[in-house]
Design a protein around this ligand. Structure first.
Ligand code: AMP
Ligand code: ZN
Length: 481
């Protein structure tokens, strides 16, 4: 599989360290508010990546953190603590806020068919691990104490700017919401590993440490949580593109300084979901949630489908009109799946392989989900039986998980219920006969045997039964004698 690697800025063959086994890390949500559908775009695309790595034969071990401490309103250690901000807003404790929004996050994930990673770990569960890593960094000379806080010394690294050719001035990006410059830092890019002296006197969660009562910086959690579950090496690390700098850059700095070797080879970054007024962000306060989509009558899986239709490395513009178009396309797709008959023949291996190849070609090409959706549409065009088509769709759905099979079954149930209501009062034996003839006519038409199809229509007409072809299928009326 070819994947774009942000660390090398090239598309590369993805080769895990151990054949058939992949270790994958995902930066989890900061649980001070609901996840917005931009955050969930990132998790949706990461979910497809995880499933696809499994589909092509890997055992994937995936770890995700839950940020419930240390993430300040600028990613560069300045501004207010996000969790505290959430707690103040809702007059609750930080732990109450964390619990509520963690549950809300996973409820949204369930609705979007985002699988839960094998290991999920809140940052507040790992304080001893953070302290141990910071002690190692201090012992190795990569960290220093200043003004009561512990900082990572970026000047000790040969290469700090992994993802981009940043210049010192570009660092303003990381501190744009800064209220005051931190004069304790030896270098502008240095970052906090452990806060003791801080301007947040009302900081709720504090722990004892060798440097006094305090709390961890944001970046340390991902390095520690990853190694807690999968050891010193990671195959692939994921996140939204805004995480690349400074968060992922700092994760690499700490991990490689601690372990003394390359930590993670592949970096997968999902680009942003934007609205016409710019990037969707929690801190702006105005954002769209899965619940809002539901209130407006959209199945959350329509949003998943909307995400699949574009490439993860392109910004995606959200508008209600675009979502409506996805909804129409999704419903049509469900309608077409509902038409397929599961008992129509045996699986045709050659056609199955042909259909599957289109799908894997698409996803092997830097996870091109929009081409994978095209491969899904192509299934209907294959010259093969319904059984094979359904088997292909079921197979693709283990990766895309758009809920097509279940939605098609529901549609067929509704149709059957409606037909039963319409046909109430018709003699069951006569009904069975008419239905069998309608199916035979449909098959004749499909085989382009129109003479046979017309003959069936005439046969029924002679018995006083008129067929009527509608968008919902063929219906009939029984003429009064
Ligand atoms: P947060 O909860 O703010 O830590 O963000 C959770 C994830 O969502 C991170 O991987 C972010 O990079 C990602 N993210 C944030 N904003 C957006 C956006 N507008 N579109 C896509 N992903 C985003
Ligand atoms: Zn992280």
């Amino acid at each position: 599989m070819l994947l774009y690697n942000s660390a090398t800025r090239k598309r590369e063959e993805f080769i895990p360290r151990e054949e058939g086994k992949v270790t994958m890390y995902t930066c989890g949500p900061t649980v001070y508010h609901f996840a917005h559908i931009g955050n969930l775009r990132t998790y949706t695309m990461e979910d497809v990546l995880e499933r696809y790595l499994g589909y092509i034969g890997n055992k994937v071990t995936r770890v995700m953190n839950i940020t419930d401490v240390g993430h300040l309103s600028s990613d560069g250690d300045t501004g207010e603590d996000k969790m505290l901000k959430g707690a103040k807003r809702e007059h609750k404790t930080v732990l109450e806020i964390a619990k509520f929004y963690t549950d809300a996050f996973f409820a949204d994930c369930d609705k979007l068919h985002i699988k839960r990673p094998e290991f999920i770990e809140p940052a507040t569960n790992c304080i001893p691990e953070f302290i141990a890593m910071i002690e190692t960094l201090l012992a190795k000379g990569y960290a220093y104490e200043a003004g009561g806080n512990i900082y990572f010394d970026t000047s000790k690294l040969e290469r700090y700017y992994i993802f981009n050719d940043f210049k010192e001035e570009d660092l303003e990006v990381g501190v744009r919401e800064s209220v005051e410059a931190d004069h304790n830092k030896k270098n502008k890019a240095d970052f906090v590993l452990w806060f003791t002296k801080s301007k947040f006197d009302d900081q709720e969660l504090k722990w004892e440490s060798p440097w006094g009562l305090g709390y961890p910086g944001w970046h340390i959690e991902c390095s520690c949580i990853a190694s807690k579950f999968v050891g010193e090496y990671l195959d692939i690390h994921c996140g939204g593109i805004d995480n690349a700098f400074p968060h992922h850059t700092n994760e690499i700095a700490q991990s490689e300084a601690t372990f003394g070797h390359e930590w993670c080879k592949y970096w997968f970054h999902v680009h942003h979901l934007n609205t016409n007024s710019g990037k969707m962000s929690k801190s702006k306060g105005e954002f769209l949630t899965v619940s809002l989509l539901e209130e407006k009558g959209y199945d959350p899986l329509v949003y998943r489908f909307f995400c699949m239709q574009s490439h993860y490395r392109k910004n995606l513009v959200f508008s209600w009109e675009n979502l409506d178009n996805a909804k129409i396309a999704y419903n049509k797709l469900v309608g077409r799946v509902a038409e397929l008959k599961a008992n129509d023949g045996e699986i045709d291996e050659a056609a199955f392989a042909e259909g599957k190849k289109r799908f894997t070609d698409a996803l092997d090409n830097d996870l091109n989900t929009s081409l994978a959706v095209t491969a899904l549409y192509d299934v209907f065009k294959l010259r093969t039986n319904d059984r094979t088509k359904l088997a292909l769709i079921e197979s693709f759905e283990t990766v895309l998980d758009l809920g097509l099979i279940a939605a098609a079954a529901r549609l067929n149930e509704e149709k059957a219920k409606q037909a039963a209501e319409e046909n109430a009062g018709v003699d069951p034996e006569l009904l069975a006969y008419i239905q069998e003839r309608i199916e035979a006519r449909k098959a004749a038409k499909k085989a382009k045997n129109f003479a046979e199809a017309d003959a069936i229509r005439d046969e029924l007409l002679a018995k006083g039964i008129t067929l009527l072809d509608t968008r919902e299928g063929t219906k009939f009326t029984i003429n009064e004698a």
